[in-house]
Design a protein. Structure first.
Length: 283
């Protein structure tokens, strides 16, 4: 059973927002000013109240699914039952985009409440590429893979992150969900140039951009999604648009959730920045 008969168009130049439960009733039954609404897939699996609300919202809005539980970066294949639930949700909602993380969170039957880092080695490449192939084959569509935030550097030499991501995309046909805030956080914590990181990512791989806020704790930037988007992330976003052109862009907020109008205002700011950058490029 499909909950709608078509997929709403997704303009690249109009930003979307992450939709969390306190705001769902506010957009239910109407078309949101945001171009798309992104939800965490795991919150809407099954046939409960959360799914029914999402199905109602989907009738009027483009929806994207952002997963956190496939553990694509793990040594084990994705959990078959979890993947089956994600496929069922995707088939019923018909999302415009489906994304996951370059990380792992599962060891056998144990799920960690965090997105844990992977090492950029040949062995990890083989496992992750296999897992992406399994997920994409089941979903019958390409995934977008989000670059992680980093807090510590690996002691052993590993591949450059952008090279590793590019090779994963080449092997599997997946794309990149470019989380600009994660680049800014990682750059501050590990001491690299975030602009150079974006410039090193091959053009054509990015299919979506995430924008979020972060917070400092004991001299480390933490990707909390609990604060307004800071100036350095807005500046890095402008550079990403110059590099890759306009892409579907999402305002992501999970903690200290502001009023819906405040999220929409940040989406409007993203639109203004993208419009200004594209105008300059075209001049």
């Amino acid at each position: 059973m499909r909950e709608s008969g078509h997929i709403l168009p997704l303009p690249a130049h109009v930003a979307g927002i992450g939709l969390r439960s306190p705001h769902m009733e506010a957009v239910r039954g109407r078309r949101s000013p945001a171009s798309f609404l992104e939800v965490h897939a795991e919150n809407h699996m099954g046939d409960g109240r959360a799914f029914r609300a999402l199905a109602d919202i989907r009738r009027d809005n483009a929806v994207s699914l952002h997963g956190v539980g496939l553990s694509l970066g793990g040594a084990e294949p994705p959990d078959a039952a979890h993947l089956e639930r994600l496929v069922a949700l995707s088939d019923r909602i018909e999302p415009v985009l489906v994304s996951e993380h370059l990380s792992w969170c599962r060891d056998g039957d144990i799920y960690m409440n965090d997105l844990l880092p992977v090492t950029y080695t040949r062995e990890a490449m083989s496992c992750i590429a296999r897992n992406i192939d399994i997920a994409q084959s089941a979903l019958k569509r390409p995934l977008l893979l989000e670059n992680p935030s980093h807090y510590l550097a690996f002691a052993e030499p590993v591949a450059r992150e952008t090279d590793f991501i590019a090779e994963l995309c080449r092997r599997t046909g997946c794309g990149v969900l470019l989380d600009v805030n994660n680049v800014a956080v990682s750059a501050a914590n590990l001491g690299f140039d975030p602009v150079a990181w974006i410039d090193a990512l091959p053009a054509g791989l990015a299919g979506e951009i995430h924008l979020a806020g972060h917070e400092a704790e004991d001299g480390v930037l933490i990707d909390t999604h609990g604060a307004p988007i800071p100036a350095e992330v807005w500046a890095l976003y402008a550079h990403a648009v110059r590099r890759f052109g306009p892409l579907p862009t999402l305002i992501e907020r999970d903690r200290n959730l502001p009023a819906l109008d405040d999220l929409l205002a940040e989406a409007a700011r993203a639109d203004a920045i993208a419009g200004e950058v594209c105008h300059v490029r075209a001049a």
